[in-house]
Write a new protein. Structure first.
Length: 310
């Protein structure tokens, strides 16, 4: 979904603002940075890079984790316990520093806990662990949220991985398609100018959509949002059937996004639980759609998985 916009200047390099951690097997190699516990590389032995490399002219992220909000808040704030809290698009977790708690030949586990700074944006005590596991030609991202508070913990949660598109030399963006596990019929909401969603005014309708052939003009509406998605996986494929299988069991909404007015060579495949505020939201956080609510000491876990198809 449309994020921070075009940056005026390049951000710090990864090496300047974070630590990188790499694991690999005979089929793939991944690198995760400690800021946001964000996947920044997924490479095949042949040298193909599957993850978008943060060109700030287009978009300065790779695969952020979205918490405790997905999308934009109306007027950039929400109300919790009768108090206003300002929060950036897609929440704050993407910019938090994580500690590497455990590393093996096949996995990396990162942990982040609430702080005085996060309590000013979101007045709940949480712990998040993000574990990356590689097996054969797959990488799984498992996200666990634990309630450390003495009251209910409400949140939305999502992933936002950006895949290079095209993936292979000689291909074009329009050589690729998103192929759904099952045919999808839906009305995608209008994304209003302030980033809120208007389900009363559909921006696009699809009936029995099984294959979405990528064209830039699809994204003149900003983001294709599929509420109540039925598919548990999609495949991003070129015309020869090579690409990535992306599985997202446990997520209720799926979104597809890239830049419309720029020739950005990536496509975001985004599994969400919840989404941005509705255009007529009264700002109340507890009224947001598809909230997960954890009792004290309760945990919630969900995952998504990327599989290289060569």
């Amino acid at each position: 979904m449309n994020n921070e916009g075009i940056l005026k200047q390049a951000p710090k390099t990864i090496e300047e603002d974070t630590m990188n951690h790499t694991i690999k097997n005979e089929n793939l190699e991944i690198t995760v940075r400690s800021t946001g516990a964000e996947l920044i590389n997924l490479k095949s032995p042949q040298g193909t890079e599957y993850i978008w490399q943060r060109d700030p002219v287009f978009w300065n992220r790779c695969a952020p984790i979205l918490f405790p909000a997905v999308g934009r808040l109306r007027d950039k704030y929400t109300i919790i316990d009768e108090k206003n809290y300002v929060m950036d698009i897609h929440g704050f977790l993407k910019d938090e520093e994580f500690e590497l708690k455990e590393a093996t030949a096949e996995s990396l586990c990162f942990v982040n806990r609430y702080s005085e700074a996060t309590l000013k944006m979101y007045p709940f005590r949480y712990e998040t662990s993000i574990t990356y596991t590689i097996k054969k030609n797959k990488v799984r991202t498992a996200i666990r949220i634990r309630n450390l508070d003495d009251r209910d913990l409400p949140f939305n949660l999502g992933g936002h991985p950006a895949f290079n598109c095209p993936l292979y030399q000689g291909d074009k963006f329009t050589d690729y398609s998103v192929n759904f596990e099952v045919a999808e019929s839906f009305a995608g909401p209008t994304i209003e100018k302030n980033g809120t969603l208007n389900f009363d005014k559909p921006a696009v309708r699809f009936d029995n959509l099984k294959k979405l052939s990528l064209e830039r003009n699809l994204f003149s509406i900003d983001t294709i949002v599929i509420p109540k998605v039925r598919s548990r996986f999609v495949k991003l494929l070129n015309q020869t059937g090579r690409g990535v299988k992306f599985s997202f069991p446990g997520f209720s909404t799926f979104a597809i996004w890239t830049r419309y007015n720029q020739e950005a060579l990536f496509i975001c495949l985004e599994p969400w639980i919840g989404y941005g505020d509705r255009f007529d939201s009264d700002h109340q956080f507890l009224k947001k759609d598809d909230l997960v609510v954890l009792k004290p000491k309760q945990e919630f876990e969900v995952h998504y998985e990327m599989e290289i198809i060569e």
